[in-house]
Design a binder for this molecule. Sequence first.
Ligand code: PLP
Length: 352
Amino acid sequence: MLATISLTRTPQSRLTEDLRENSPFGTNYSDHMFVADYADGKWQDPRIIPFGPMQLSPATTALHYGQSLFEGFKAHRTADSRVALFRPMANHARLNRTAARLAMPEIPEEIFREGLLELVRVDKEWTPYRDGGSLYVRPVYFGTDDSLMVRPATRYRFVIITSPGGPYFAQPIRLLAEETYVRAFPGGTGDAKTAGNYGGGLLAAKLAQAKGYHNVMWLDGKDRRFIEESGVMNIMFNINGTAITPALSGTILPGVTRDSVLTLLREMKVKLEERPVSLDEVLAAHSNATLHEAFGIGTAAIIAPIAAIGHHGKDHEIPTGSTTGLAHQLRTTLTNIQTGRVPDTHNWLLYI
Ligand SMILES: Cc1ncc(COP(=O)(O)O)c(C=O)c1O
């Protein structure tokens, strides 16, 4: 049984309407954070305390050897004036899969769920009211031994912070098919949400941005032939009315939004294929005008239309902005479910 979560409230809330409603993604944080520590083989001292800096040894395992992972999902205001989290327990399951990959202990469901619910209740008023706004929830989990031995840490910290965000107007994105750097390779950590995966992807994104793209389209690590992800999102193509997405091969992050989209597409009776998708196939569909849509899929943007794929010095432009296409329909349906505007028939919402 989880020890009671202690609560130390901030003496002075920082909440303003402007911070709540107009913060750009991931720049401001709510008043409190949830913290729990693992030591002596057990989880201890679950607590909600004012958001603020933490003291760590310069020898902290996470900093040297990358035993660090994170998660991300959102809470929304619902049509009946409540606050609901979208599929947080799917993130808990993914968090524990990542933890296992990094030889870190499992986080028990009750610590994750109770800590999360209590934190979001305490900071509920940080949830934006405006259409499209949300409170982004960021769990982070890392090894905290102060030892330079290369081995799994014996001590860990689990923290949840939250961050208000305004509407995310998904600008159509331009992607560069990345043939030099890879995000993942068979047997690596591509299907886990390790911090190191993101550090390893930054240079490719930076170089692509210098060439005028928003991000890269990741190709497989072995042959650079098959499409894997769109920057930090999953990816889907509409080729002649069939929705096609790369199969989860072990090198692709299993997105919660991707899983939700696949469920919705099955219900919409859209023809759906989860299988390897080569860049050649997509470019051929582009040249014979059967590539109707391409889009990224993830928590932050939900659905991000892809306006161009750059390859060998040529930009292949793709139509975006259709209000009858899959991207628009999926975005509308998911938003309506997240905000309780349509019945939650899949039990995806966790009300706080
Ligand atoms: C590499 C990568 N792929 C895909 C996703 C989409 O996952 P989700 O839908 O769970 O946000 C994310 C975001 O978490 C990501 O970082």
